[in-house]
Design a protein. Structure first.
Length: 297
């Protein structure tokens, strides 16, 4: 039986995760605008440079020592996080913000599948049905009239797989590491790898950053603070009080928030077929996660 204090922590964690999902949803149309000015990895390097500077000042005040093994696993989690962002950012430049949000949302349905492989427990029928429903929805959302998926959608689909693994990894580490330490260990690899990749882009990183308009820098600053620093700290804190699968269920708000933001900011409207696909994805996600939750011990 859950105590009153435990129930309060669970509710607070759920509300915090919903806020994270809403913030991430808003980053889709803003990222689309930024990518019209900056190359993908210059954008990521700029965003995570701001985040890294904030975390570097903060992490020095954390007194608790961290083992080398924990640091290594946390840095590996950051590498997975970079893979997700890199695939998403490249794909976002080639597809709509609304579609990218829903495809990224598939990571939620993939969490129980990855967790089942990790724990060597096959997913139940409800989880399998949910994943199958979400897959049909993906086809409705992404296939064009020539029954062909766009390349940008494939990039974002890869990001969904990476982000699903990231949720599982954070769930494994959240109880063992301070939220500030774990967030810093994730931000630094993304900065390093983004900066390295940006060195091969055109225009060069420094030139691209100098030519960006003040409004673009305002969007990058907002996304660094809300979608990176605050979101990662809150996610790490919240996953101390809830499971990876329940975290994923809260993140079903992200594609909905992305679609709403894409309409308000960019005027993007999904077709009837794409809306049906988006609905199937959400139905599949919720089905998979609710069945996972009911099956949890």
């Amino acid at each position: 039986m859950v105590s009153g204090a435990g129930r309060t922590q669970r509710v607070a964690a759920d509300l915090a995760l919903l806020a994270v999902a809403a913030a991430w949803g808003l980053t889709f149309p803003l990222g689309k605008i930024v990518l019209a000015t900056l190359p993908p990895f210059a954008y990521l390097a700029s965003r995570f440079l701001i985040a890294a500077l904030i975390m570097a000042l903060w992490v020095r005040r954390r007194p608790a020592p961290v083992s080398r093994r924990a640091w290594r696993l946390a840095v590996f989690t950051g590498g997975v996080f970079f893979a997700g962002y890199a695939l998403q950012t490249v794909g976002l430049g080639m597809t709509t913000a609304a579609k990218a949000g829903f495809i990224t949302g598939l990571s939620v349905a993939l969490v129980p599948a990855i967790a089942a492989v990790w724990l060597r427990r096959p997913p139940g029928k409800g989880v399998t049905a949910g994943v199958a429903t979400a897959t049909v929805g993906l086809a409705f959302l992404t296939l064009n009239d020539g029954v062909r998926i766009e390349s940008g959608d494939l990039w974002v689909l890869g990001c969904a797989i990476a982000f699903a693994l990231h949720i599982v990894l954070v769930g494994r580490l959240a109880g063992a590491l301070d939220p500030i330490v774990l967030t810093t260990a994730q931000v630094m690899p993304v900065l390093a790898l983004s900066g390295l990749a940006a060195a091969f882009e055109q225009p060069p990183l420094a030139a691209a950053m100098l030519t960006a308009r003040p409004a673009v820098w305002g969007m990058i600053l907002f996304m660094a603070l809300s979608g990176t620093v605050a979101a990662l700290i809150v996610q790490t804190w919240a996953q101390r009080f809830t499971s990876a699968s329940h975290t994923a269920l809260m993140f079903t708000l992200e594609p909905v928030a992305a679609a709403i933001a894409a309409y308000l900011v960019l005027g993007e409207v999904l077709s009837v077929r794409q809306m049906a696909g988006a609905g199937l994805i959400l139905a599949g996600i919720v089905t998979a996660e609710l069945n996972q939750e009911h099956g949890a011990t």
